[in-house]
Design a protein around this ligand. Sequence first.
Ligand code: KMT
Length: 186
Amino acid sequence: AFVSHHFIHDCNVMICPVVLCSHLLCQYTMFALPHPSHSYSRPYSIQSFQDALDPRLKSIRDDRGYSYADIISIRPDLLPGYDDKVKAFFEEHIHNAEEIRYILDGSGYFDVRDTSDKWVRIHIKKGDLMTLPEGIYHRFTCDETDYIKAMRLFIGEPIWTPFNRPQEDHPSRAKYVKDYVEEKKE
Ligand code: KMT
């Protein structure tokens, strides 16, 4: 059964933990305040940094070592190979690294499995920064507006490869289960 939870997070606080899996992911609501774009040292393909002017974004990037950034727009006319890509985004999968998205415009749904393997739906929208830990099962879909523009952040050289479920023997999955699922049972 598909269990969908709608999280409204208009709270103007720095960190807004998601209720069902507060130790699994953080959502940040960012303020749009001016910040000089030249202080970002290594965005490979930033098209419009004016969209990401929150000084707290810089401090989070510095603190967590997010050295890479680029921007993806998901809309049929903006994303080459749209049909195949949105299909792949919505296949349940893991990555072998943390997934970090700062939403510059639009909105969409990230679905994540909680520790009981139930779906939790997260509605992310402009101004949100969301991180998913390595090895968590998840998927993404646009919402009714069919448009989202996100900064993809990464520690080091980016790897976007999805490993579709099942991946129980994948080292990243094993690490996730050990760190989050088993931990929670104790
Ligand atoms: C991904 O890796 O799933 C994506 O980049 C799509 C979602 S970004 C809002």
